[in-house]
Design a protein around this ligand. Structure first.
Ligand code: SF4
Length: 412
């Protein structure tokens, strides 16, 4: 929290994998405390067959929960698809959390790790996955210590003495942003260089070690216990401005209360600042925001009343992704932030395909010239979007294009 309090928009967007945000061991809900609040009873029911896997999958489908790593694929539908491929199946949990400005997974791991572990194992059992691999960003040293201890604790004290839990493997990332891309993560777990795969086939069919794989972001499974126990309507009863569900916004920048704010899906940026973040910092006038980390684009203050959720920002050239919001003020420059973002993508490109490897480098050079050649930058952006293999190269031009479109007074 201290690091987030002190971060400026420029340092957040410039952070190469947020290495400047160090982890400490925090007070978290222990296994005993978690169990005293009915924790692991749902997992026990699924293990022993008193709760059917079909009823759990149905609840997940009805909840409308979508993948919270950023892609937004409906979780229940994914469970059914992976379950439809012949076993053995595996599960891979993505806690690489490398998008600049995102720190929600870390927040939940450091406060309630067993809620995550229970949801993860319920998902593995419902889909029929024999083993689970957790991929954790290596900068999260505190989370690694917590998970190592609590996974051992759970395996030594399983919820049911009749049925065994699937083995859980904790794997360390090595600081590459691209390893947060699901297929690059799978390559990395397999011990190869983390480079995205060409698809199809999709991971659901040919994933980790060639097996059908259920791949999920950490937060997506964190909500499973609540949805199963409280019912899908608990999740869908939240929401604003025509949207449904909850979103964990990682908010940093020029606001009074940065941090993780759990808010209804569809909450607007202006509502987030006013109701959840205690307003703008003294001396800072709201000027613009990144709605979804470095890759989700940049919007001006005049567009702060759009409901923030999956799909609502696409027509404006932006997306919410993992809901990493960076708020900036008139003391910041959208142009400089867009340059920082492009340099970040240049640094983190895996280099596998030319449009991204060369495009990010070329764009970063062009953007540092006093007058931007907007026609050339636009052409370059189109090639990157159309011809890059993965989301990194496809999304890299978003802040650049937004800076040209929404902040023209800063460009030339
Ligand atoms: Fe690698 Fe970039 Fe191509 Fe993705 S788009 S495969 S990160 S070079």
């Amino acid at each position: 929290q201290k690091a987030i309090d002190n971060a400026t928009p420029e340092t957040v967007i410039a952070a190469v994998n947020n290495n400047d945000i160090k982890a400490d061991i925090t007070d978290y809900i222990s296994m005993e405390q978690y169990q005293s609040d009915q924790g692991y009873q749902t997992l026990k029911g699924v293990l022993e067959g008193t709760i059917s896997t079909e009823s759990v999958i149905k609840k997940m489908e009805d909840s409308g929960l979508r993948g919270l790593g950023g892609a937004g694929f409906p979780a229940g539908r994914k469970w059914r698809i992976v379950n439809g491929f012949a076993g053995p199946r595996l599960m891979a949990v993505n806690i690489d959390e490398g998008e600049p400005g995102t720190f929600k997974d870390r927040h939940y791991l450091e406060s309630d790790p067993h809620r995550f572990l229970e949801g993860m194992l319920i998902a593995a059992l419902c889909v029929g996955c024999d083993e689970v691999y957790i991929y954790l960003r290596d900068e999260y040293a505190g989370c690694r210590e917590i998970l190592t201890k609590e996974i051992a604790n759970l395996q030594n004290n399983p919820p049911s003495d009749k049925y065994r839990l699937p083995p859980i493997h904790l794997r360390r990332g090595a600081g590459a942003y691209i390893c947060g891309e699901e297929s690059a993560m799978v390559e990395s777990i397999e011990g190869k260089r983390g480079m995205p795969r060409l698809r199809p086939p999709f991971l659901a069919e040919v994933g980790l070690f060639g097996r059908p794989t259920l791949e999920h972001n950490m937060e997506s499974v964190y909500w499973v216990r609540n949805i199963v126990e409280k019912g899908p309507e608990w999740f869908t009863s939240h929401g604003r401005n025509g949207r449904k569900g909850l979103r964990s916004f990682s908010i940093s920048g020029r606001v009074n209360k940065p941090g993780v704010h759990l808010a209804p899906a569809g909450t607007t940026m202006r509502e987030l600042i006013e109701e959840f973040c205690g307003g703008m910092q003294e001396g800072h006038k709201f000027y613009g925001y990144f709605p979804g980390g470095a890759s989700g684009g940049i919007l001006p203050e005049s567009m702060a009343d759009i409901p923030m959720d999956f799909d609502t920002l696409n027509e404006h050239g932006c997306f919410i992704g993992s809901a990493a919001v960076v708020v900036f003020s008139e003391q910041d420059s959208a142009r400089k932030l867009a340059i920082n973002a492009m340099k970040f993508f240049e640094e983190e490109s895996c280099g596998q395909c030319t449009p991204c490897r060369v495009g990010t480098a070329k764009a970063a050079v062009l953007m540092q010239q006093e007058n931007w050649d907007t026609d050339l930058l636009e052409e370059l952006s189109s090639v990157m979007v159309d011809a890059s293999i993965c989301g990194l190269g496809q999304a890299a031009p978003n802040p650049l294009r937004c800076a040209i479109k929404y902040f023209p007074e800063e460009i030339n």
